[in-house]
Design a protein around this ligand. Structure first.
Ligand SMILES: C[C@H](O)[C@H](O)[C@H]1CNC2=NC(N)=NC(=O)C2=N1
Length: 114
């Protein structure tokens, strides 16, 4: 039976009330490899800065990030302005990164790239 790899975009976030350890550096590296190269992480936050001409696309991107977070119940911090939109995912309940952060980032990549 062929092993199917379950991509992050096929997954959904699970409610996180804390009580689980943050992802290790190796786990972070593994998940990060599934994301667009522009994502950066300090081990606690996962950040992607989108840069565009004008203001319309930053607003659109902020709304898409907000929609993904609301649908998944796992919410980003978003900063945007003329020429940019910066999206940050972190799991506040554990003060670190969880798979939820990478699921949301992958879903955002999928929509914005479309
Ligand atoms: C129960 C539910 O999962 C929590 O309240 C959620 C809500 N959204 C969240 N969003 C983020 N980024 N981190 C959290 O820890 C978090 N917790």
């Amino acid at each position: 039976m062929a092993m199917t790899t379950c991509n992050l975009t096929d997954k959904h976030c699970v409610p996180c009330e804390g009580g689980v350890p943050p992802l290790t550096e190796d786990e972070v590296a593994g998940f990060k490899a599934e994301l667009h190269d522009d994502w950066t992480t300090d081990g606690v936050k996962l950040v992607r800065r989108f840069e565009f001409k004008g203001f319309a696309k930053p607003v659109y991107t902020a709304n898409v990030a907000a929609f993904v977070g609301d649908k998944e119940g796992h919410h980003p911090d978003i900063a945007f302005g003329w020429g940019y939109c910066e999206v940050t995912f972190t799991t506040h309940a554990i003060d670190g990164l969880s798979e939820n952060d990478f699921i949301c980032a992958a879903k955002l990549d999928q929509i914005v790239a479309a």
